[in-house]
Design a protein around this ligand. Sequence first.
Ligand code: DAK
Length: 258
Amino acid sequence: MSHHSYIKVKKEGSVAKLYLNRPQQLNALHRAMVEEIVTALEHLDGDEEVRVIILLGKGKTFAAGADIDEMMEADPIQLEQLNQFAVWDRIRLIKKPLLAAVHGVALGGGFELALHCDLIFAAADARFGFPEVKLGVMPGAGGTQYLTKAVGKHRALQWLWSGEMLEATLLWQAGLIVRLFPEQELEQEVTIYAQRLASQAPLALRLIKEAVNKAQDLPLVEGMAWERKNFYLLFASQDQKEGMRAFKAKRSPRFTGR
Ligand code: DAK
């Protein structure tokens, strides 16, 4: 189904895979590529057959950051007028579970893309980093915010100031990566995880995601209100009835997402 230039999309039942596919440039993210990624994510988010989305990289690596060639001569007025983050910010609006499977490196914008996913899985020898400081700039696509929320101020500052490559094991210890696998098993293992997730009630998954994201943004009382609203909402679903009846009948539930 893929008619894209810089990505590849593959549907495997209820799991969709979106591959970054600009391997000669180590999947460096330029504007046209970001546009393709976000448009495809939105398409999959609206596709009833799809329940979980996995982001992966083709070739040697996940993504070596934003495209330096494209940024090099930029000036601030041009950047303001391009308003390229308007596209990027739509990633946050994806409602379905979004998993990153990272091998090779995830640097700069590549790391930020992984941080926009709900869970990050990685190859045991993958490396991550924010090299922006070495280019005389700083992250602009959420790096300082997402990383700080994920690992706290002190580790975030250390890593953002150094610009160093960080071993996946270090990020796993920090709780940012949920599981590590040998690189040759990464895609298969993340697919198995995604398939299991795809058998859960889809509306529950998306409303849990929304509530957890609110927990990161809002004061507790407001977050609790979101939780309660979403909890009530699920009682309007057929899957709530199915889940509870299946429990009583001692059989497995069959969730339809309705
Ligand atoms: N941009 C452009 N080309 C890149 C690239 C990049 N980020 N990374 C690699 N390439 C290109 C290389 O130039 C090289 O091209 P040729 O020389 O073959 O033409 C080819 O990919 C292979 O790379 P290497 O020869 O360097 O491969 P190595 O295995 O030796 O090294 C490396 C791999 C990952 C260590 C190295 O390539 C590297 O350090 N890359 C740059 C890492 C980096 O500084 N990344 C940029 C951080 S700044 C935005 C979103 C995010 C951002 C901005 C805007 N929007 C939504 C608009 C964030 C900014 C950043 O990410």
